[in-house]
Design a protein. Structure first.
Length: 320
């Protein structure tokens, strides 16, 4: 009897020490955010502060799509069905004004943010300060969820040794073109009108490394290797919508991240693309890893986001 009681105590202690093991799985669609907030707050300045960061337009898409799909729920309607949502923001009255993340989630791998406010005057400023952090944090959580699933998938090793790269893709991406200068992989299911492609290529470095010289090099390379079924057609950058460009660094190397639109010159076809360009001075070259999307008449955000996560997972082997 004493041994049985001792065993029960040990089991109970173990369960308390690992609450996540007894939590349900999260629910909801990717990039969906449920916000628990009173109606009058959501419709006023506090709601504006949240919307400014969470419903801003996704860059690099030809029509307006929000960064996240936001669902507003009144506190009185916050039932069990919403508690396990994958991304959850709770706005509530408290003794002090503070924001805390993932303190006590309702589901495994859930992203949770609780905002407590002492007075209504504090709330819009508090949300204005933390809403950009929330947006970044949710995006990172979605990326981690996606990449963790890829770990368990069969990956295709790309023939990227000639580019001195360490880089893998999901096995559903087929090799379309393999040359000494240009690799092209593509996901193109027969039962869906969608194409997701990845390019890996080198280009000569010019005296300056900026968006003008890099996109000019891009158009030159794609004109040579990405030709259409219509005679004289080839892929280029769409210039009617200026691309969204940001800088980054990988170790000591300068890089450009680009989100923009592509089109087939002399043909009726186009879509969105994301790309990383690296000024690889160690190997005296420009290096490009791109993802392009063709998905007519459908929302682009989620597919483009997955492409961006895929192409971000590369390393130059000589740096490691």
């Amino acid at each position: 009897m004493r041994y049985l009681l001792y065993s029960i105590i040990i089991l109970f202690t173990a369960c308390i020490g690992d609450e996540s093991s007894v939590l349900p799985s999260y629910t909801g669609a990717i990039n969906e955010v449920v916000i628990i907030i009173d109606d009058h707050l959501w419709e006023g300045a506090s709601g504006d502060s949240l919307r400014a960061s969470l419903i801003t337009e996704v860059p690099g898409i030809s029509w307006a799509e929000p960064l996240f799909d936001v669902v507003h729920i009144r506190p009185a309607a916050f039932s069990r069905i919403f508690r396990t949502h994958r991304n959850l923001i709770i706005i509530q009255k408290g003794n002090t004004s503070k924001v805390y993340f993932n303190a006590k989630p309702y589901a495994r791998n859930q992203w949770l943010c609780v905002v407590e406010y002492n007075s209504l005057d504090d709330l819009p400023k508090l949300l204005g300060q933390y809403a950009p952090i929330m947006a970044y944090s949710i995006d990172e959580k979605e990326r981690l969820r996606y990449t963790s699933k890829q770990v368990n998938k069969r990956l295709r090793k790309t023939p990227s040794e000639r580019f001195n790269l360490s880089f893998s893709l999901p096995s559903e991406y087929e090799l379309v073109l393999d040359t000494n200068r240009f690799n092209w992989f593509e996901y193109n299911p027969k039962d869906k009108e969608i194409i997701k492609g990845v390019f890996i290529y080198e280009f000569p470095l010019s005296s300056s490394f900026n968006s003008t010289t890099v996109l000019a090099a891009r158009d030159s390379v794609l004109k040579q290797f990405v030709v259409g079924s219509v005679e004289g057609s080839y892929m280029i950058t769409e210039r009617l919508y200026p691309p969204y460009i940001s800088t980054y660094s990988q170790d000591s190397l300068k890089g450009l991240s680009v989100k923009g639109l592509w089109k087939m010159q002399n043909a009726f076809m186009g879509g969105a693309f994301v790309a990383h360009y690296l000024q690889d001075t160690l190997n005296d070259r420009g290096l490009a890893v791109e993802g392009f999307l063709f998905n007519p008449g459908e929302d682009k955000r989620n597919s483009l986001q997955e492409l961006e996560w895929l192409i971000s997972d590369f390393k130059i082997q000589s740096l490691y």
